[in-house]
Every structure is written in structure tokens, then in C-alpha cells.
Design a protein around this ligand. Structure first.
Ligand code: SF4
Ligand code: SF4
Length: 398
């Protein structure tokens, strides 16, 4: 069993309860949606211990506890003060154990992985549909700098992704794009425990990138960013991914620092920012978006009560949205309440999965508000797009 590798960590849990906090709606979105002790990190450590000691078997009875975790890392952050347990790695290992043992995983997770494997993207899009966002844009094949939007940015956020590329190109980046050759990064495979498929996917993808002469990847998706930068090396047994990978948050910050664009259009809005889990807690990338806001005229920036390391998940992590959609939506509504409490007019973030889930949260909370990408605010301030995209009732033709 894969959890044997984490035996020392599993036994290190002293059941201090830092991971859960005092109230069920404080830190962990899994207990927020399931209420059981067994749906917290410390509960999962107890389950893992029971399995290691032979008192408990992996079975379908445990599936919601293991696959209902959003992998948001909030517990891991708290556990730094306690036992330094890597709850995410252990949860990933438990999901992989399920698959290795042939135990049924939630249907939505299976479907997600199968769709990525059979169609090359998570929406079963044809390439022409998947690339509609790029209409009217020109790319430079062989430039060495690959713009890789990933599935969600391609399919769900055509206008946002188009705007982002216009910002990058206006700032002087010469971008290549895989076009019809673009496939999913493979995140749906390891997140659902399908490690063998993931290994093959990573091997094929790296071959494709190297054959094209890609030297650097720029992506707006924190999952894709981590896929190339962290998961591929782990899957392929490499010390480091041979291609440099940057998330757009760092590129937008670079645009500001190196004054690659002039910002002349005032935003004149009160703005807040949601830290994506895979960027913040996973990679310690908290400040780039905040630094961009400082450079854009007319922004009044306000933090949500739960921010940076303590940010509450948007509900989009761990593939829970495809497996337990109601859990995911409940978490999104809770996070939207944090936004409402600030009195801000604009909710921003820098992750397509967060943008999707938080937007669903605004619908469920019945409020009229836009969830914008940081790049969209930069585009308005630089005069690249009209400021109407900031209006609460603006609805893109996505
Ligand atoms: S914070 Fe860590 S040590 Fe404490 S109960 Fe949670 S998992 Fe166990
Ligand atoms: S990763 Fe997030 S959802 Fe999963 S147990 Fe930890 S805090 Fe809860």
C-alpha cells in the first residue's frame, strides 16, 4: 500500500485538532460539508493508522472521506505548528491505493479521468471548439515560450483567456501555442488516484514539449503550473522539470516591475482577492497579485478576513466538484460570504477553477457580482479592453 511510505507521519498525529479548528466552518471545507470527525485531517490519519494496523480495510464505506477532501492544504498549514504531516500527499496516496485495489471511486472522478484520457481534455471538446478562445490572436511557433491555458481556461473562460494573451502580447511576450495539439495537463489522473495513466501522460507530454523546443511554459492555471513543475518530475523520477514553468501571477508582477505596460485608466473600485490554494499554500505565492493591484490606478484593495495562509478554499479543489458537486457549491457560497463581508465590489482571483467555482457561488448566494481574473483588471487599466467588463451585470459570451 502506498500509505506505508508515510507511516511515520501518520503515527505523528497527536490529535491536537489544529487542522480542524474550533468550529466546523473555520478551516477545513471537508468537515464543513460532511460534519464527521472522520472527514477531517486528524480523522483521516486515524483511518490510515487503522488500515496500517489491519483494524480497518479500504472499502467503499470510506470513499466519501477520502475523495471528499478538497486537497486545499489548510490542515497542512496548521499542522506545521504541530507534527508537519503532509496531509495532501497522504490523501493522494490513499486515493491511489483505492485505484490499485480496484475499489470503486466516485463515478464523477472516474468520468473526469476517462474523459481526459479519451478526448484529451476534460470537456470532450473537439480541438476547434477548445481553441475558440484564441480567435483573432496570432502566435509564434517555435518562440520557445509556450502559452498553455489548460482545459478550464480554454473551455469555460474564452474571453478571459483571450484578454490575458492580449495583455501578455502587448507587454512584449512572444508566445507559442500548441493549438490542436494541446491536451489536458493530466491533473485529473493523479487527483483521482490513476497513477499509471498519469505516468504515461507525463512521459508523452514532456516528449511533445521537447520536440517543439519549448524552453518556458506560462500558464494561468495553478493546477497546470504545479502539474509540470511538481507532479511530472515526481511521476517521471526527475529531480527537476527540464522546462521552466511560470504561473501568470508572476508574469503579471514582472510586467508591473519592469514597467512593460502603462496604466492610465483608473479602475475606481473596491477590490478583494481570493488566494488559490495551489498557488498560495502549495507554493507560497501570495504577493504577486497584491503587488499588481498596488500598481493599478484607482483600486481600493481590501483583504477578506480569511486570507493568504488562512484563506478558505473556493470549493474547486481535489476534483470534488466532479464527485460531490453540492459539497463544492456549499463551500463556494461560504467563501462568497467572506467576499460580501468585505463590502468590496469586485472579487478577484488568478485561477480558472477558483473563478468558476466562485462564480457559481455568486449564483447560489443570489448576488450580482463578477469574479474577475487579475489580468482583466490589468487589461482595463492598460486600455486593452473596455471597462464595461468590470460591471456587475456584464455577461461574456462564453
Ligand atoms: S494538526 Fe496535524 S497533528 Fe494535529 S490533529 Fe491535525 S493532522 Fe493531527
Ligand atoms: S486538505 Fe482541506 S479539505 Fe482536505 S482535510 Fe485538509 S483542510 Fe480539509
Amino acid at each position: 500500500m502506498r500509505i506505508e511510505e508515510y507511516k511515520d507521519m501518520i503515527y505523528a498525529c497527536g490529535r491536537c485538532n489544529y487542522c480542524k479548528g474550533i468550529d466546523f466552518d473555520d478551516r477545513c471545507p471537508e468537515i464543513f460539508t460532511q460534519y464527521w470527525e472522520s472527514s477531517t485531517a486528524r480523522g483521516r490519519m486515524a483511518i490510515a493508522r487503522g488500515i496500517l494496523e489491519g483494524d480497518l480495510d479500504y472499502s467503499e464505506d470510506l470513499v466519501e472521506r477520502i475523495f471528499g477532501c478538497f486537497m486545499c492544504g489548510r490542515c497542512k498549514e496548521e499542522c506545521k505548528k504541530a507534527a508537519q504531516i503532509d496531509v495532501i500527499a497522504i490523501t493522494k496516496a490513499m486515493r491511489a491505493d483505492f485505484v490499485d485495489l480496484g475499489i470503486k471511486i466516485p463515478e464523477g472522478g472516474d468520468k473526469l479521468a476517462e474523459t481526459a484520457l479519451s478526448s484529451g481534455n476534460i470537456f470532450a471538446d473537439t480541438p476547434s471548439m477548445h481553441n475558440q478562445w484564441a480567435e483573432g490572436l496570432e502566435f509564434t511557433e517555435g518562440s520557445g515560450t509556450l502559452f498553455y491555458p489548460g482545459c478550464l481556461a480554454s473551455h469555460r473562460f474564452k474571453e478571459k483567456t483571450n484578454i490575458l494573451v492580449r495583455v501578455l502580447q502587448a507587454a512584449g511576450y512572444t508566445l507559442d501555442f500548441l493549438g490542436d495539439d494541446q491536451t489536458c495537463c493530466g491533473t485529473p489522473l493523479w487527483v483521482t488516484g490513476k497513477v499509471a495513466n498519469a505516468k504515461q501522460w507525463a512521459t508523452d507530454f514532456l516528449d511533445k514539449l521537447q520536440a517543439r523546443g519549448v524552453k518556458e511554459i506560462i500558464t494561468p492555471c495553478p493546477s497546470c503550473f504545479r502539474a509540470f513543475d511538481e507532479e511530472y518530475p515526481e511521476l517521471l523520477g526527475l529531480e527537476k522539470f527540464p522546462i521552466s514553468v511560470r504561473h501568470t501571477s508572476e508574469v503579471l508582477e514582472e510586467i508591473v516591475e519592469k514597467k512593460k505596460l502603462k496604466f492610465t485608466v483608473p479602475i475606481n473600485k473596491k477590490v478583494t482577492y481570493h488566494d488559490p490554494c495551489e498557488l498560495g499554500r502549495y507554493r507560497d505565492i501570495y504577493n504577486p497579485a497584491r503587488n499588481v493591484f498596488k500598481a493599478l490606478p484607482g483600486i481600493e484593495f481590501v483583504e477578506m478576513a480569511r486570507n493568504k495562509e488562512e484563506a478558505f478554499c473556493c470549493g474547486g479543489g481535489g476534483a470534488v466538484k466532479t464527485m460531490y458537486e453540492d459539497h463544492s457549491n456549499n463551500v463556494a457560497v461560504e467563501r462568497i460570504q467572506d467576499f460580501i463581508d468585505t463590502g468590496a465590489e469586485l472579487m478577484t482571483t488568478i485561477c480558472p477553477a477558483c473563478e468558476l467555482n466562485l462564480t457559481h457561488g455568486t449564483y447560489a448566494a443570489k448576488i450580482e457580482a463578477r469574479v474577475l481574473d487579475v489580468a482583466e483588471l490589468m487589461a482595463v487599466a492598460a486600455g486593452i479592453v473596455d471597462e464595461e467588463i468590470l460591471d456587475a451585470d456584464y455577461f461574456p459570451e462564453d
